[in-house]
Design a protein around this ligand. Structure first.
Ligand SMILES: NC(=O)c1ccc[n+]([C@@H]2O[C@H](COP(=O)([O-])OP(=O)(O)OC[C@H]3O[C@@H](n4cnc5c(N)ncnc54)[C@H](O)[C@@H]3O)[C@@H](O)[C@H]2O)c1
Length: 334
C-alpha cells in the first residue's frame, strides 16, 4: 500500500526535523516545507524538501497540489518568548498571518487534518501544577498568545469547515536523535540544556542560574523536559487517532515529572564527567517556579509511552550531538 504523505512545515528546524525522521518510522512519507530562516539544510535527513515561505500562499497551494498530503504538521513559527515581548508585531503578523495562509491553502486543496505545535505557554502562570489540559488559558506573552489564538481559530475552522486539528502543547523539548547526527541548533540559543552543554564544553564562560530563592526544594525553577524523539512520535499517534475518530483534540506533551535547573546541572556533570561553570543570578521576570504537565491524557488516549525522556537519556543524547556538532567532522561535512 502506498504510504500517505504528511507536509511538515518547519521540518528543517529542531523538532520538525526529528518529526520528519519519525514520519518514516511511523509509515508516512514526509515532505518538508521550510524557508531555512532558522532551520538548516543539514537537518533535513528524511523525505523531500521544498524551500518556501508560508507567507507565499501560491507556493503553499503548489506544494499541496503536487504532493497531496493527508495532513499538515505545522512546526514553522518564531519561537522566542523574550523576542515576542519586545517585538509582538513579528509574532502576531507572522505566526498568525502565515498560519491563516496555510489554512486557506489547505481548505482550497481539501487537506483536512492539521497538527499544531502549541505550547505550555498558553496556560500562562499556572494556578495548578501539574497543569491539566483544561487549566485556564491565560498566556502572559505574545508568543503564547499567538498560539492560543491559533487554537481558537482552528476550533472555529473545525465547526465551520470541518478542518480537524490536534493541538499538541509541548513542555520543554530537549535531547537529540540517537544517531548523534541530528539535534538542537538554535541561534540565538535560549534553551537551558544546550546552554549548559556550551558551558561544560568551554564554548561559553558559564551558565547563569536565574534565581535560587523560588519555592522549590532547591530554590531553582522546575521544568518538564520531554525528549524530542518521544515528542515526534506522539505527532503520528495523534494524527492516526484523529484520522480514525474524525475528531479534533488537544494534549499536553510532557512527562509529568519536573527537574530543577540545579538537577539539570548536576546530571550534566554526571553524564559528561565535566564540571559545569555556574554563576548564580537574580530571578528573571516572568519565570514561573514550576511548569510540569499533567501528562496522562496523551498516554491514555493515544497509547503514548515516553521511552527516552529520562533526564539521563536526554542529556546523553544532547551531549553526543553537541560533540558532533562542534567537531571538525561536522564542519567538513557541512
Ligand atoms: N523547542 C521547544 O521546546 C518548544 C516548546 C513549545 C513549542 N514549540 C513549538 O514547536 C515548533 C518548532 O520549534 P523548534 O524549536 O523546532 O523551532 P525551530 O526554529 O528550530 O524551527 C522552526 C522552523 O520553521 C522555519 N520557518 C520559520 N518561519 C517560516 C516561514 N515563514 N516559512 C517557512 N518556514 C519557516 C524555520 O526555518 C525553522 O526551520 C514551534 O512552532 C514552536 O513554537 C517548541
Amino acid at each position: 500500500m502506498k504510504k500517505k504523505t504528511v507536509l511538515i512545515t518547519g521540518g528543517a528546524g529542531y523538532i520538525g526535523s526529528h518529526a520528519a525522521k519519525e514520519a518514516e518510522r511511523s509509515g508516512f512519507t514526509p515532505v518538508i516545507f521550510d524557508n531555512l530562516s532558522a532551520g538548516h539544510k543539514w537537518a533535513i535527513q528524511s523525505g523531500k524538501f521544498v524551500k518556501g515561505d508560508l507567507a507565499d500562499r501560491a507556493a503553499l497551494v503548489r506544494v499541496l497540489r503536487r504532493y497531496r498530503p493527508v495532513a499538515v504538521m505545522h512546526f514553522a513559527s518564531h519561537i522566542s518568548v523574550g523576542e515576542s515581548v519586545v517585538d509582538p508585531q513579528k509574532y502576531y503578523k507572522d505566526n498568525l498571518g502565515n498560519a491563516l495562509n496555510l489554512f486557506s491553502a489547505m481548505l482550497q486543496e481539501k487537506v483536512m487534518y492539521f497538527v499544531l505545535s502549541s505550547t505550555a505557554a498558553v496556560y500562562g502562570d499556572p494556578i495548578q501544577v501539574p497543569i491539566p489540559e483544561d487549566h485556564p488559558k491565560n498566556p502572559v506573552n505574545p508568543y503564547g498568545d499567538s498560539k492560543y489564538i491559533l487554537e481558537r481559530i482552528l476550533t472555529s475552522y473545525d465547526q465551520a469547515y470541518g478542518l480537524k486539528s490536534t493541538f499538541l502543547r509541548y513542555f520543554n523539548a530537549s535531547g537529540a536523535d540517537a544517531s548523534g547526527k541530528l539535534g538542537e541548533a538554535h541561534a540565538p540559543e535560549t534553551h537551558l540544556i544546550p546552554l549548559v552543554l556550551d558551558a561544560v564544553a568551554g564554548l561559553r564562560k558559564e551558565i547563569t542560574v536565574f534565581g535560587t530563592d523560588y519555592p522549590t526544594p532547591d530554590g531553582t525553577c522546575i521544568r518538564d523536559y520531554i525528549h524530542v524523539t518521544d515528542l515526534a512520535a506522539v505527532h503520528f499517534l495523534a494524527l492516526k487517532h484523529m484520522m480514525k475518530t474524525g475528531k479534533s483534540d488537544f494534549f499536553n506533551l510532557g512527562t509529568g515529572k519536573g527537574y530543577s535547573v540545579k538537577e539539570v546541572i548536576d546530571e550534566t556533570e554526571r553524564v559528561t564527567g565535566l564540571k559545569v561553570p555556574v554563576k548564580y543570578g537574580l530571578r528573571r521576570a516572568g519565570d514561573p517556579p514550576r511548569l510540569v504537565a499533567e501528562s496522562k491524557k496523551a498516554q491514555k488516549v493515544l497509547g503514548w509511552k515516553p521511552k527516552q525522556s529520562s533526564l539521563k537519556t536526554i542529556l546523553a543524547t544532547a551531549w553526543k550531538w553537541h560533540q558532533y556538532f562542534h567537531s571538525s567532522a561536522f564542519s567538513q561535512k557541512h
